[in-house]
Design a protein around this ligand. Structure first.
Ligand code: NDP
Length: 332
């Protein structure tokens, strides 16, 4: 067996040295526990925050201890009545090839519903983040303009498509031509902005002739300054992520958004997907229906091999992923 530990608290951008691999024994399980073989492992931007020793909505990872995150795996041994050998499960597990888990911390994945990897993407945490953040806070109405940053990622791709389903005009902001083409041609976004090439403020003005009614913010920083300069009266901003700031060594001081909120009577609300935990079944059901009807498409960027978990994680900050970034650790 093998596991990945946090080797250092990164200053600025993490590197391969942030992680160490360690060979360990196979865990033995007790009554009520399950041994899980990791099949897919999720790397997520929020994990960067957990590498700092600061207060947040989840406790920090501990130095020289195993990192944990979303995993889809197969039950290889069970001492819990509720799980049988061979079943596919998901949960927050340690970054190990094989890990043990208490049965109450695992959920079953139905392999007949959709590919099992989707439990970490469109039918899992990122899909639910898009669903509840957009619909509960953003509340897009037909004909309104919705702008989403980080548009080609796990959350952003789903936000844009739900906004289209609700009849909004959708503008996506992303960082490469390939992503821009995908959003426009495959997902049907109405307009797209390449923040690495375009003058973002001018491009937002051009792409949103009627102003911005909903801004789903995945990135923060200058991109968000540009979008919030174009808000309409009563605009809503679901504040989902700030990836442009996660690796900064000094606080970022930009144009402050408060005046824009004030003069537009706008709402900006931060949220954590877990706030909606009680409504997850409803969210998964609706997302599942949309996926089955072909109204929501999803893309996965799958890196093969446990040894490539660190580089897949680092790739999130270089924009290497189109859609959900996953690591395939083993075959079923
Ligand atoms: P993504 O799949 O969107 O991957 C990250 C993407 O962010 C990259 O592909 C890259 O795309 C973009 N990016 C990286 N660095 C920068 C930068 N400096 N400026 C602008 N864009 C950048 O990740 P997720 O969909 O999983 O997460 C998206 C956001 O939502 C993150 O901020 C995350 O923390 C947040 N989040 C919040 C949750 C909540 O509960 N509130 C839950 C889940 C996610 P590009 O090529 O376009 O630069």
């Amino acid at each position: 067996n093998e596991q990945i530990l946090l080797a250092e608290r990164p200053k600025g951008m993490p590197t391969e040295q942030t992680f160490t691999f360690e060979k360990v024994d196979m865990p033995s399980i007790n009554e009520g526990e399950v041994l899980v073989k990791t099949l897919y492992l999720s790397v997520d931007p929020y994990m960067r925050g957990r590498m700092n020793d600061t207060k947040s909505y989840v406790p920090p990872f501990q130095l020289n201890e195993v990192i944990s995150g979303g995993i889809v795996g197969k039950v290889v041994e069970s001492k819990a009545d509720s799980f049988q050998e061979g079943e596919i499960v998901t949960g927050y597990l340690e970054w190990k090839r094989y890990s043990k888990a208490s049965a109450k911390h695992l959920q079953k994945v139905d392999p007949n519903l959709a590919p099992i990897s989707t439990a970490l993407g469109v039918l899992g945490m990122p899909g639910l983040t898009a669903y509840f953040g957009l619909l509960d806070i953003g509340q897009p109405k037909e004909g309104e303009t919705v702008v989403v940053s980080g548009a080609a990622g796990a959350v952003g791709t789903i936000v844009g498509q739900i906004a289209k389903i609700k009849g909004a005009r959708v503008v996506g902001i992303a960082g490469s031509q390939e992503k821009i083409d995908y959003l426009k041609n495959e997902l049907g976004f109405d307009a797209v902005i390449n923040y690495k090439e375009d003058d973002v403020k001018q491009a937002v003005k051009d792409a949103c002739p009627n102003g911005v009614d909903v801004y789903f913010d995945n990135v923060g920083g200058e991109i968000s300054d540009a979008v919030t300069s174009q808000l309409n009266k009563f605009a809503r901003i679901p504040l989902c992520g700030q990836i442009a700031l996660y690796n900064l060594e000094k606080a970022d001081i930009g144009p402050r958004v408060q005046r824009q909120l004030l003069i537009n009577s706008a709402l900006m609300k931060g949220f954590i997907v877990g706030d909606y935990a009680e409504q997850f079944p409803e969210g998964i059901k609706q997302l599942g229906e949309w996926v089955q009807q072909g109204r929501i498409k999803y893309s996965e960027n799958i890196v093969e091999g446990f040894e490539n978990v660190p580089s897949a994680f680092l790739g999130l900050f270089k924009g290497e992923n189109l859609g959900k970034q996953l690591v395939k650790v083993a075959d079923q």
